[in-house]
Ligand binder design. Structure first.
Ligand SMILES: [Zn+2]
Length: 185
């Protein structure tokens, strides 16, 4: 029978790596958390080598996410999607900045075509990126899918500022480790 409720879960350790009691003020601190989540996800065998987190304008962590595609049998359970969905549940809104305030998504690697699309409607004002899509495809077997040629411009025209190559080498190291050793889940 078709399930009438769809459930996705993050590993319990996520709230140990992600510190909800501090402020993440800089781009490097925010992407650094996303990379730490990606690294831990691989080390624990809980999903693919990707992490992401949503912050408010003060740098408070709203929600963190990691890739859960294989454990959850769910193709949409990318780190960015998990972070968006968890943040939207927490704030009780489908568009994070609907009631005001500015929100940021930090991700360990450039969003794929799915997460790019989700970013258009999630209600964030900033997108911070570690590794490039070309890094993901160079170092792993993942297909990041097609994006608009001017993908940054399309976001900026919708009020979403994009900054990339933040801690890129650190992000690449997690992808390289995963690519060399393969999945362990
Ligand atoms: Zn994605």
């Amino acid at each position: 029978m078709q399930p009438l409720q769809i459930q996705l879960a993050l590993p319990a350790w996520v709230t140990d790596v992600a510190d909800f009691g501090r402020l993440y003020r800089t781009d490097e601190e925010r992407v650094g958390l996303a990379i730490a989540l990606s690294r831990e996800n691989v080390a624990r065998g809980d999903g693919g080598p990707f992490g992401a987190a949503v912050f408010d304008q003060e740098g408070r962590l709203v929600a963190a996410g990691v890739n859960r595609v294989v454990p959850q049998s769910c193709s949409v359970a990318h780190a960015e999607m998990m972070a968006y969905m968890s943040a939207q549940q927490r704030l009780g809104t489908f568009r994070l900045n609907e009631a005001g305030g500015r929100y940021t998504l930090a991700t360990s690697a450039q969003p794929c075509c799915q997460c790019y699309g989700a970013t258009v409607w999630a209600g964030v004002d900033e997108l911070l990126i570690g590794a490039r899509a070309s890094d993901v495809e160079e170092l792993t077997d993942f297909d990041e899918g097609p994006l608009p040629v001017d993908w940054i411009g399309e976001l900026e025209r919708r009020g979403i500022a994009v900054r990339y190559d933040i801690l890129r080498e650190e992000a690449r190291a997690v992808l390289a480790d995963y690519g060399a050793n393969g999945p362990n889940y």
